[in-house]
Design a protein around this ligand. Structure first.
Ligand code: ADP
Ligand code: MG
Length: 251
């Protein structure tokens, strides 16, 4: 479960958002769509304290904080509740696929190296990369790198998954393999709570339980995928979707 109340973030006089409220229940998949620069990544990063929010309350699983007075203990707790998949994969270049997956287990969870490697190999197998365990990121395609990053998230055993445009850095022919992997992840883990920032609208329609259209730091519209994507009520959502569809057709 994720609950956000009155969340606010400013970067040196530039207000990104100032009163975000939302709740994602266990088992729900919330998709956020919206133009570039609207604050979607900042919102996700505030949830796991990769960015420090200025104000607001966040509850994730069993952890909670009220900004800006966040204790070290709260920060450690909140970081362990969720796991994030980034647009740019964020793998260690000098570590192999299995070492990337095992890193958090060894350094944070203090799992011994043999057990951590075993677990990493199992997770790589699940994303179809068992044969690539000893490859370095530089030897993998973008789609494979993102699947390693997904395996890394699965290895944390976190039930709260934050996906920040997981396919938007990929060449179009590599998008499908990552979406297939993500589809399997959500199908196999109905107990996960997921926030997915993505413009893969067909995928969003298929997996999301709720969709938010986010623009200029505001939740403009929210509802079921059917409501927001097929029958948007707000002019700003309509404009975004029609521009977006035209671009997709032009590509
Ligand atoms: P989105 O993910 O929707 O594209 P972002 O959350 O990345 O949007 O960015 C929202 C705004 O915040 C942008 O104007 C961006 O330039 C700004 N921004 C993001 N991160 C930082 C940062 N670390 N320092 C200053 N400004 C930032
Ligand atoms: Mg972003």
């Amino acid at each position: 479960m994720i609950e956000i109340k009155h969340l606010a973030k400013t970067f040196s006089n530039h207000e990104i958002f100032n009163d975000i409220n939302l709740k994602v229940n266990t088992g729900e998949i919330l998709a956020i769509i919206g133009p570039s620069g609207s604050g979607k990544s900042t919102l996700l990063r505030c949830l796991n304290l990769l960015e420090k929010p200025d104000e607001g309350e966040v509850t994730i699983g069993d952890s909670h904080f009220t900004a800006p007075n966040i204790s070290k203990k709260q920060a450690v707790g909140i970081r362990q509740e969720s796991t994030m998949v980034f647009q740019q994969f964020n793998l260690f270049r000098q570590k192999t696929a299995w070492q990337n997956v095992a890193e958090n287990l060894i350094t944070v969870k203090k799992v011994n190296k043999v057990a951590a490697k075993q677990r990493a190999l199992e997770e790589l197998d699940k994303v179809g990369l068992g044969a690539y365990a000893n490859f370095y990121p530089g030897q993998l395609s973008g789609g494979q790198k993102q699947r390693v990053a997904i395996a890394r998230s699965l290895a944390t055993d976190s039930k709260i998954l934050l996906l920040d445009e997981p396919t938007s850095a990929l060449d179009s022919e590599l998008v499908g393999e990552v979406l297939t992997t993500l589809r399997a992840v959500v199908e196999n883990h109905p107990d996960y709570t997921v926030i997915l920032v993505s413009h893969e609208l067909e995928f969003v329609k298929e997996v999301a339980t709720k969709v938010i259209f986010f623009e200029s730091g505001q939740i403009i519209e929210s509802g079921t995928p059917e409501e927001v994507l097929n029958n948007p009520q707000q002019a700003r959502t309509q404009r975004f979707l029609s521009r977006f569809t035209q671009q997709a057709i032009a590509q």
